[in-house]
Design a protein around this ligand. Sequence first.
Ligand code: C2E
Ligand code: MG
Ligand code: MG
Ligand code: MG
Length: 280
Amino acid sequence: YAAKVTGGRQQHYDPALDARASQHAELGAELRTGLDESQFFMVYQPIVALPSGDTVAVEALVRWRHPQRGLVSPADFIPIAEHNGLIVELGAWILREACTRMAHWRDTLGARAPQRVSVNASARQLSEPDFAGTVAAVLADTGLPPRCLVVEVTETAVFDSDTALDTLRAVRALGVRIALDDFGTGHSSLGLLQTAPVDILKVDKSFVDHVGTPGRQAVIARALIDVSNHLELTAIAEGVETAAQADELYRLGYRYVQGYHFGRPAPDPMFSGSQHELAA
Ligand code: C2E
Ligand code: MG
Ligand code: MG
Ligand code: MG
């Protein structure tokens, strides 16, 4: 860091930060073009039941195939889309795409179709006054039964918006399930679980990573399955990468898991022989 000294106060100037800021601005503008030119597509990752290994649901994850930058990670562009507000339009597209796809699987696969599709929603979407109306319209247009949809939100998103809880109640009143994503990494308050309109707890990968290892961190995954059971929530362990983790999670009482060990996000997880994510 080069330090600029201004009147006794030190400000740190980080050139990398400037570069990042201008990349943000550029990406922000390019998101608009991306939407207009259909550069986004969805991949789906299996959520499987233990011990059968059946795919009971899929999580819809967005991808951006950028004409120059190649495949851009949602971790890089979702925060930008949230910041400039485009997430509202992108999010509505994602929801429609995922529900259309799920309805198609139900039509073509019958009993072999997954039971649910899980769609991520960000804080900005939850603070939209008519998010529940958007969800209802998409369900009506695609003919997807509400019980086949899950909306995933993070604890932070719930805390960030004054209206999020009302929005979630309205969505849930449609018959759609609500999942708390990345549970344990945000403003975790177990108190939230008592009152929040939530059906599913997604236990974050950072706890799953330590399952089966000695030490303090392994205790959390153990505690969260008990909390889930007592509150009658369905627990899903995220980011399961090994058979040993899956075995231990099952032993702890987890019955639903998601992770590379069971399948990577793929354009068509119900058909793809190879579970590999599409390369750029
Ligand atoms: P998330 O909702 O917690 O999604 C899970 C992320 O973990 C996905 O990354 C998935 O590919 C990755 N993952 C799954 N299993 C494993 C594993 O075994 N090991 C490892 N290392 N990673 C695993 P992805 O698709 O890059 O998405 C990252 C985040 O971006 C998501 O976290 C979510 O917060 C956001 N995101 C992705 N798609 C959407 C979307 O359609 N809408 C919104 N609002 N956010 C999205
Ligand atoms: Mg998620
Ligand atoms: Mg997650
Ligand atoms: Mg996560």
